[in-house]
Ligand binder design. Structure first.
Ligand code: PMP
Length: 319
């Protein structure tokens, strides 16, 4: 299988998709990126990419924050991604990474008047948290980047130093992951995932004004929780001490998918595993991602054409 990438306006072998050490973004973190997934359905012989347009809208919003000048539409980026996935021929779950970066070859610091470029590549990717049936979580000693410094609602490369500090501290201290508070002491999110907790049957999640990334998974799960599980979801500020009193809690995001939290700062939540709401939600979410729930098929873009899928099916059934 040839590994490919979208680079400098063309799909090329990935070995040719390289930037110079003089690339601005390499020095100053002045780029932005996305993280998407596509899921393979063995029965349908189909690869389904999840909410491509929503991801690319957010990607272009992040690029706007950074004064990027390129002219892509979400639809164009979706089509490039589908073409790339199609040409690479994935028959398994795959992660998709679009990246916008500034590359003048003279490592200028400023955002405006720079050569803005977009690259996209794909690769298999497992779980962001391996203990996703019950992660041991702490509250980070770091604080989330504030909107007055680096906007967390944009997926800005440089801001991920904050995420990396949070993640490494947690892991080196024997935890799987951390929850980070924002500057005023309210819960923001995980190092690279949004946070939700269940208390007395109600789902609570931090609002978009708590310096969170406006997660596509978070938004999708709010819909599923309300529409399919019939639960009330409240977006409001969460205090640190409320975390300890949750009946269940989980992290959600493209990388993490849905990772149940077993304990926070050594306080065990519920039975210390995957709570019933988390379990029900996860089961439903994975069925949606694999194209098994008709109502949510418009969240998915099939990568293989129907014709192609039929050929695969025919080939499978022939002796
Ligand atoms: N917060 C941060 C900081 C993230 O990096 C991610 C992963 N993209 C998320 C939340 C979850 O966002 P999404 O559901 O769109 O992947």
């Amino acid at each position: 299988m040839t590994k490919l990438a979208y680079f400098e306006g063309r799909i090329v072998p990935i070995a040719e998709a390289n930037v110079s050490i003089r690339c601005n973004t390499l020095h100053y973190g002045t780029g932005c990126f996305g993280g998407l997934r596509a899921y393979w359905n063995e029965e349908h012989k189909q690869l389904y990419a999840f909410r491509l347009l929503d991801h690319y809208r957010r990607f272009l919003d992040s690029a706007r924050l950074l004064l990027c000048k390129f002219e892509f539409t979400p639809e164009q980026l979706r089509d490039i991604t589908l073409e790339l996935l199609h040409r690479e021929g994935w028959r398994e779950d795959v992660y998709i990474r679009p990246l916008a970066y500034k590359d003048d070859g003279i490592f200028r610091l400023w955002l405006h008047d720079a050569a803005d470029k977009v690259a996209i590549f794909t690769q298999p990717y497992g779980k962001y948290i391996s203990a996703d049936a019950g992660a041991k979580v702490c509250v980070s000693s770091w604080r989330r980047v504030d909107d007055t410094a680096i906007p967390a609602r944009g997926k800005v490369n440089g801001a991920y130093v904050n995420s990396a500090l949070i993640k490494s501290e947690a892991m080196l201290n024997g935890f799987d992951e951390a929850i980070v508070l924002n500057q005023d002491g309210h819960v923001s999110e995980g190092s690279a995932a949004n946070f939700m907790m269940v208390r007395n049957g109600t789902v609570i999640t931090s609002p978009v004004t708590s310096n969170i990334l406006e997660g596509i998974t978070r938004r999708s799960l709010i819909t599923l929780l309300r529409e399919e599980l019939g639960l009330t979801v409240i977006e409001r500020e969460i205090d640190r001490s409320e975390l300890y009193l949750a009946d269940e809690a989980f992290l959600c995001g493209t990388g993490v998918q849905i990772a149940a939290i077993a304990s926070i700062d050594h306080r065990v939540l519920g039975q210390g595993g995957t709570g019933p709401v988390t379990q029900q939600l996860r089961d439903l979410y994975f069925r949606v991602l694999r194209g098994e729930v008709a109502k949510y098929m418009d969240w998915l873009s099939p990568v293989l054409s129907t014709e192609n899928a039929l050929q695969v099916l025919a080939a499978k059934s022939s002796p």
